[in-house]
Write a protein of this length. Sequence first.
Length: 260
Amino acid sequence: KRLIGIYESVYESDAAPALKLTSSWSEIIFNPGLLPMMFQMYWKVRDLEQLAHPSLTCLVQLASLSGGIVSSDETRHKYLHSYIMTLLNLISNVTIKSKESLGISNIVKKLVIFYIHDIPKLPDGVVDTLLDEFTRLTCHFCDGAAIEEMSDEDTYFSDAFDNMLEAWSTPVQEFGSLENNLVECSKRIFNKYVQCHIAPPDGCRQSNNGDVEDIEDNEDKDRIHYKDQLQTIGMFGRVVPGHTLPLLFKLLEARIEKLG
């Protein structure tokens, strides 16, 4: 299933194809000033819609650098480290807005698709910070998606959240039982998802004041609408069953008591 998922991700990303270059591009691409300049350029124009989109698209493609130019492990690791550090500098210093959330999530997807086995080889501190920022982005997009669902607005955050869940699925399946930092990430994302999908006081989803038939109809629609999301959230839950099962039991128990 994991291999099929990766194949589908690559296939679906044809609209923004990978940046596949030969070694003849090395002098330009590996210039130490290139990536900082590209990220700084986006930072400067991110509020200008006509310039922000093509600039962000460039960053997405740079996240998928592949081909002969990165044929050696040393070259791949050096480039990935440089890209990750400039990315972290951006996302840790700005609040990602709705219209740029999809592009940022596509960067994360590309990094996972093309560098999944290189990311764990980064220095421990970098990996910890990267996972923490990816977790924060995922929760931020989840909050945004919950707001979008209560209005007729565009679904930028919703689509970005789906991208993040898709990106998480591979590392959680491969390393979820081994990496302590993924355990903490799983808890945070699981908690946020539950919070955004249940009504107050335990959650923030708008309650439905309709009759029983309307509620049951909405529940059936939710099962279909959130099917893919729930599969990934279930993966997070299986990483930390000692946390998720008591949490769900407590919430269910509280709701049953209210019915009584």
